[in-house]
Design a binder for this molecule. Structure first.
Ligand code: F3S
Length: 64
C-alpha cells in the first residue's frame, strides 16, 4: 500500500497525527508531514486507512 499527502490540501486539522503518529508529524506551522516515503510499513495499513478516512480535506490518499 502506498500513501500520499497533498500538502497543498492540508489545512492542519492534525487528525492524521493523532490517529497515526507513526506515519505523520506536524511541522512548525501545524501542517502534516508524512514520515514515510511511498510504501506504508507492514502493520500500519489500518492506521493509514484511519488517517485517510478522517482527514476532512481529503489530503491523504492510499493506493493498493
Ligand atoms: Fe492535514 Fe488532514 Fe492531517 S488536513 S494535518 S492531512 S488530518
Amino acid at each position: 500500500m502506498r500513501i500520499h499527502l497533498d500538502r497543498d490540501a492540508c489545512q492542519g486539522h492534525n487528525r492524521c497525527y493523532l490517529l497515526a503518529p507513526e506515519l505523520f508529524d506536524v511541522d512548525d506551522e501545524g501542517y502534516a508531514v508524512l514520515l514515510v516515503e511511498g510504501d506504508v510499513p507492514a502493520g500500519l495499513e489500518d492506521k493509514a486507512r484511519l488517517a485517510a478516512d478522517n482527514c476532512p480535506e481529503y489530503a491523504i490518499t492510499l493506493e493498493d
